[in-house]
Design a protein around this ligand. Structure first.
Ligand SMILES: *[C@@H]1O[C@H](CO)[C@@H](O)[C@H](O)[C@H]1NC(C)=O
Length: 585
C-alpha cells in the first residue's frame, strides 16, 4: 500500500499487507499445529488473514480470530480466511504478531501454507480534484478547499442507500430498514454527529442554514467548483424530510434511540440494534421541529427554483403544509417525543415561529407570512444562533425583508454582545467563547450572521473583519487547525464512530474508541467542538465536549466560509482583521 506523500495530513502512512510462511510447530498422524507470524510495519486497527495451504486441511481451530465464512468441520479446504475478533484488532507498529491454530490434514504429507495479513485499517481515499476559478483575492486560507471538504463531511454522514457516486470509500449502505410505525420508508438523511441517530431537529436546522449559505453565496460555490456537489448535499436531507412528512399533520422527527445508540460504539454499516421512529402530530405537537422543517423546505424551494422547478414546488407545498401544522399545533416536540428530550430539547419555540414564517415569506413573497414573522418577532440580541435558537437568523431575514430599523437594532445588539467588549467572553487567542460544548460552532454561526449583516449594509467593514477573525481561528490562527483533513496539525481523533472503525469485515467496538492511533479514516472537513476557555484543546476521541463533530457544527461554518470565498472573488475581503485586543492582526 502507498504512503501518499501529497496528503501529508493523512492519518499516518498505511501499513503493508504482509505475507508469511506457516511455521509447523507439531505434526503427528493427521494432526498438526501451525503458527503464522507477521512483523508489523505500522499501527493496525483491524486485520484479515488469508491462508493458502499447499494440500487440503480440515477441522481448523483458532482462538484469536473469527471465520469470515465458517466451513463445516469435515470440509477439506485449501484456503481459509479469518478476521480479528472485536476485542483483538489493534496492534502496534514493530510488534511480531503471531496466530496459532490446529487442524488435520486431509491426505498424507507435511502441511505447509502461505498466509497474508491484510490491513483493514485504512481506506485509500484520494480527494477529488479541486477546480477553482481564478480571479479571487489571495487569501490566507484556502476557502474553496474547506468548502469542498465540508461538503464531504456531510457525505460521510449519509444514512440509507448510498448512490453510485458516493465519494467516501469507507461508507456503505446502512439503516435500510428505518421506517415509521405504519411501515413508511424513513431511510436517508444524515447521522447526527459522532453517533448514528437521525435527529431531525438539528438536521433540519443544518439544512436550512447550509441552504441559506447557498442562496446567499452561490457564486462562492460556483467559483470553488462545488455547485453540483452542494446541490446534491442539501438534496439528501431534503429528500429524507419529505419522506418524514408522512401525512398532513404528521411528521417523523427522529429515527434511532439515543440510549441504545450511545451504548454501543460501531459504524452505521455494522448497526444491528432496533431503530425506533418517533413522530409529532395534532395530538402530540412539536411546533419547534415542524417550523424548522418548514424553514428547511422553504429554503430548499428557493435554492432549487432555477435548477429543478418540480422539486422546488414539491418542497414549497410541504413547507406550506408544515407551516400550517406548526401554527395550528404549538408545543415542544421534546414533550411529545421523550426520546429527544435528553439530546435536542428546544428551550423555546417562539423563535421557530418567526424563523419558519420569514422563510415562507422569502420563498413565496406572500405578505401573510411576513405578518406572522413580524408578530412572532423576538426583540433583542441573540444568545447564540444555533439548532436551538433562531432569533439572530430570523431578525436578520426580517431586516432583509423590511429594512425596518427595529430589526437592524436587533442585529447590532447581537453583534455588540458578541464582539470584543460585549457580554460574550473571549479566549486569550480571541475566540468568542459562548459555551464549552462546541464553542467553535457558536462563533461560526454568529460569523455567518455577521457576514449576512454586512451584505445588508450593516457595519460591513467591522463585521467582516470580526467574522474573519473567528473563522480563521478555526482554520489555524490559534496555531492549529480545528477542521479534520485541513491545514496545520488538524484533529485526527474525533469522537466519531464511523471514521474510527476499521474497514469491513473487521468488527468494531469499544476497543476502537480506545485506539491509541488516529481514526483509521480521515473525516475530511468536519469542524470539531473546539477549545476550552483558555484555548486548551486535546485531540482526544473520548472527549465529546471538545472533540465531537456534528451536522450542526459545520452548517453555519460552511456557509460563513462560503461568505469569505464570496468576498474574495468579489475583491471585498478585508486585508486585515481585529484581534480581540482591538489591534489589527
Ligand atoms: C419564548 O421566549 C419569549 C421571550 O423571552 C417569551 O415571551 C415566550 O413566552 C417564550 N415562549 C415559549 C414557548 O417558551
Amino acid at each position: 500500500m502507498l504512503c501518499l506523500l501529497m496528503l501529508t495530513f493523512l492519518a499516518g502512512c498505511l501499513a503493508e499487507d504482509i505475507t508469511t510462511k506457516m511455521i509447523l510447530k507439531q505434526h503427528w498422524d493427521d494432526n498438526f499445529e501451525g503458527q503464522l507470524c507477521f512483523a508489523l510495519t505500522g499501527h493496525i486497527v483491524g486485520w484479515e488473514v488469508d491462508v493458502n495451504f499447499d494440500s487440503p486441511v480440515k477441522h481448523i481451530q483458532q482462538w484469536d480470530a473469527d471465520w469470515i465464512e465458517k466451513p463445516t468441520d469435515s470440509e477439506c479446504l485449501t484456503t481459509i480466511k479469518w478476521v480479528n475478533k472485536n476485542y483483538k484488532g489493534i496492534h502496534e507498529k514493530g510488534e511480531n504478531f503471531c496466530l496459532k491454530f490446529m487442524g488435520n490434514t486431509c491426505g498424507k504429507g507435511t502441511p505447509s501454507a502461505t498466509a497474508t495479513l491484510v490491513d483493514l485499517t485504512d481506506d485509500h481515499q484520494t480527494l477529488p480534484p479541486l477546480v477553482t476559478k481564478s480571479g479571487a483575492q489571495t487569501t490566507k486560507y484556502n476557502y474553496a478547499d474547506v468548502m469542498m471538504k465540508s461538503i464531504m463531511f456531510y457525505e460521510a454522514q449519509r444514512s440509507g442507500k448510498l448512490p453510485a457516486d458516493n465519494r467516501i470509500p469507507w461508507r456503505a449502505d446502512s439503516a435500510l430498514s428505518d421506517k415509521g410505525s405504519g411501515g413508511e420508508d424513513l431511510t436517508g438523511g444524515w447521522y447526527d454527529a459522532g453517533d448514528n441517530v437521525k435527529f431531525n431537529f438539528p438536521m433540519a436546522w443544518s439544512t436550512t442554514v447550509l441552504t441559506w449559505g447557498l442562496i446567499q453565496y452561490k457564486d462562492a460555490y460556483d467559483s470553488a467548483g462545488q455547485l453540483d456537489n452542494m446541490y446534491k448535499s442539501i438534496k439528501w436531507p431534503l429528500d429524507y424530510l419529505i419522506k418524514c412528512h408522512t401525512k398532513k399533520n404528521e411528521l417523523y422527527v427522529q429515527v434511532g434511540d439515543g440510549g441504545i445508540d450511545h451504548g454501543s460504539w460501531t459504524s452505521p454499516e455494522r448497526m444491528t440494534g432496533n431503530r425506533p421512529a418517533f413522530k409529532v402530530d395534532a395530538s402530540s405537537p412539536g411546533s419547534d421541529v415542524v417550523m424548522e422543517t418548514a424553514a428547511a423546505m422553504a429554503a430548499g424551494s428557493i435554492a432549487f427554483k432555477d435548477r429543478d422547478s418540480a422539486y422546488s414546488s414539491t418542497l414549497l407545498s410541504h413547507a406550506k403544509e408544515l407551516y400550517e401544522m406548526g401554527k395550528a399545533h404549538p408545543g415542544f416536540y421534546s414533550s411529545s417525543v421523550n426520546a429527544a428530550a435528553a439530546y435536542y430539547k428546544s428551550q423555546n419555540y417562539s423563535d421557530e415561529n418567526s424563523w419558519g414564517a420569514i422563510w415562507l415569506y422569502k420563498a413565496t413573497q406572500d405578505k401573510k407570512y411576513l405578518a406572522d414573522a413580524e408578530a412572532a418577532h423576538l426583540p433583542g440580541e441573540s444568545w447564540g444562533f444555533s439548532w436551538d435558537e433562531k432569533i439572530g437568523g430570523a431578525n436578520t431575514l426580517l431586516y432583509e425583508a423590511t429594512k425596518k430599523d427595529i430589526y437592524k437594532q436587533d442585529m447590532v445588539a447581537t453583534m455588540t454582545a458578541w464582539m470584543p467588549g460585549g457580554s460574550v467572553p473571549y479566549t486569550p487567542k480571541c475566540l468568542a467563547f459562548r459555551l464549552q460544548w462546541g464553542a467553535l460552532r457558536y462563533a461560526s454561526n454568529t460569523a455567518f450572521l455577521a457576514l449576512v449583516a454586512a451584505d445588508l449594509g450593516v457595519n460591513p467593514d467591522e463585521y467582516r473583519k470580526w467574522a474573519m477573525s473567528q473563522l480563521h481561528y478555526a482554520l489555524g490562527d490559534a496555531g492549529r487547525s480545528f477542521v479534520i483533513g485541513f491545514g496545520t496539525n488538524p484533529p485526527k481523533n474525533p469522537h466519531h464512530r464511523g471514521s474510527s472503525c476499521p474497514l469491513l469485515p473487521a468488527p468494531c467496538g469499544w476497543e476502537e474508541q480506545q485506539n491509541k492511533g488516529p481514526n483509521p479514516h480521515t473525516l475530511y472537513g468536519a469542524l470539531v467542538g473546539g477549545p476550552g476557555s483558555s484555548d486548551d484543546y486535546t485531540d482526544n476521541r473520548e472527549d465529546y465536549v471538545h472533540n465531537e463533530v456534528a451536522c450542526d457544527y459545520n452548517a453555519g461554518f460552511q456557509s460563513a466560509i462560503a461568505g469569505l470565498q464570496h468576498l474574495a472573488i468579489t475583491q471585498k475581503l478585508p486585508t486585515s482583521y481585529n484581534t480581540c485586543g482591538g489591534g489589527s492582526g
